[in-house]
Write a protein that binds this ligand. Structure first.
Ligand SMILES: Cc1cc2nc3c(=O)[nH]c(=O)nc-3n(C[C@H](O)[C@H](O)[C@H](O)COP(=O)(O)OP(=O)(O)OC[C@H]3O[C@@H](n4cnc5c(N)ncnc54)[C@H](O)[C@@H]3O)c2cc1C
Length: 370
């Protein structure tokens, strides 16, 4: 289906892949905290790694609606797989495509879009999260271009990634204007993984601490102009939120289906009420995610819609997953139960790619002004 931008076809393809390859492995991924390489091997020929990248650059085409539908379908089976893809596309491959030179597109976007390379995005630090202008990872000019020193925390795909879009400041006193974006390749001298984090949910999604100790980054791996890094990061995160909202929507849907199956197996008016309330919440989340994708595809300002979708869909996932445990009863609390896994997965979404409070701030600014 290379080059097709038909969102419906992409969704169908992702649903088939999710049913055949991902869903049967979801429990094992959670229990072992590991994503089998075979799943990624089988994903490569599907073209999913190149979504949103034009075919001239080795991508599969497809608009935001296509990506959103794909992520929702994958996340309904296993959000671990969906989040890997969302990060790879929205906050690594696409910003490199948007801001990169032709040389950078050749060297990075082509292999990323073909699925021969995996991408990551490294903004958060051990003591810097929401207030990204306060980064403490430093860079200076060096013999090969730049030298980076510092650490990044909670980086999805961090250890597995071949390319990390990483942010550092030349001078912390300059705040946002001091920050630049770098393409850091696996194997870069002075760059490595310090630890893999052991999480409540999204198990199997590698979340790592990355360290830079006099890491030697060539000058041609600076992405965009010096001092423009925070703009690159914030733009990537806005687009990324539509992706993460779509993943959260998939989790909310999985929770809803689990709840509904339990209610059908043992119906009561109380359970019908739970399912009805969950249906309304899920439908509202679907509308907000669809609207955010639509606004982005239309080329209209979409930051507020992306934040509204991300905050509501992640909250919907948590609420529905929590009530799904009530409806499933004690069985739903057991290790190995779908309701248990989905609840733990859901709880991570209000935090990733900007917390709920930060989404409220962004949305508030678009509605009221700064
Ligand atoms: C599973 C997982 C994967 C992740 N993957 C990545 C990744 O790939 N790349 C990456 O760079 N980061 C990643 N992160 C990090 C994530 O983006 C940050 O955790 C998030 O941005 C919040 O930062 P923080 O944890 O430092 O919280 P803080 O910024 O310290 O916030 C703590 C609390 O204070 C609230 N708060 C902060 N500022 C304000 C404010 N101005 N007004 C109101 N409330 C406020 C927050 O909402 C939060 O509740 C990941 C996190 C997780 C859990």
């Amino acid at each position: 289906m290379g080059g097709s931008s038909d969102a419906g076809e992409w969704r169908q393809a992702a649903r088939r892949f999710a049913d055949e390859v991902v869903r049967p492995a979801a429990g094992q991924i959670d229990q072992t905290d590991a994503l089998p390489a075979e799943i990624l091997d089988r994903m490569r020929p599907t073209g999913l790694f190149g979504l949103g990248v034009p075919t001239e650059w080795g991508g599969s085409g497809g608009d935001t609606r296509s990506i959103s539908g794909v992520l929702e379908e994958l996340a309904a089976a296993s959000p671990t797989v969906a989040v890997l893809l969302s990060v790879h596309l929205s906050v690594c491959t696409h910003p490199i495509f948007a801001h990169g030179t032709d040389d950078q597109k050749e060297r990075f976007v082509r292999p990323l879009a073909a699925g021969r390379a995996l991408g990551a995005f490294a903004l958060t630090e051990p003591s810097v999260g929401s207030d990204a202008a306060r980064l403490s990872t430093r860079y200076a000019s060096g013999p090969r271009g730049f030298v980076l020193n510092g650490a990044k925390m909670f980086i999805t795909n961090g250890a597995r990634a071949d390319v990390v879009l990483a942010f550092a400041t030349r001078d912390a006193a300059q705040g946002a204007r001091g920050i630049s974006a770098f393409l850091v390749e696996k194997g870069t001298p002075g760059f490595g993984t310090a630890q893999k984090l052991d999480k409540l949910g999204l198990r199997g999604s590698e979340t790592n601490e990355l360290v830079f100790q006099d890491a030697q980054v060539p000058a041609r791996n600076l992405l965009g102009a010096e001092g423009e890094g925070l703009k690159v990061a914030l733009g990537a995160l806005s687009a990324g939120r539509v992706g993460i909202a779509s993943c959260a929507l998939g989790v909310a849907r999985a929770a809803f289906e689990t709840m509904r199956a339990a209610a059908i197996a043992d119906p009561s008016d109380a359970r019908r009420g739970e399912v009805a309330r969950a249906f309304v919440t899920l439908s509202a989340a679907q509308s907000l995610v669809a609207r955010a994708a639509e606004e982005k595809d239309a080329g209209r300002p979409y930051d507020g819609f992306a934040s509204a979708a991300k905050l509501f869909a992640s909250d919907a996932a948590v609420r529905i997953a929590s009530h799904a445990i009530d409806v499933a009863g004690p069985a739903g609390t057991q290790n190995g139960a779908d309701a248990n896994r989905i609840f733990r997965d859901a709880r991570v979404f209000p935090i990733v790619e900007g917390t709920t409070e930060i989404q409220e701030l962004i949305l508030g600014r678009t509605l009221v002004g700064r």
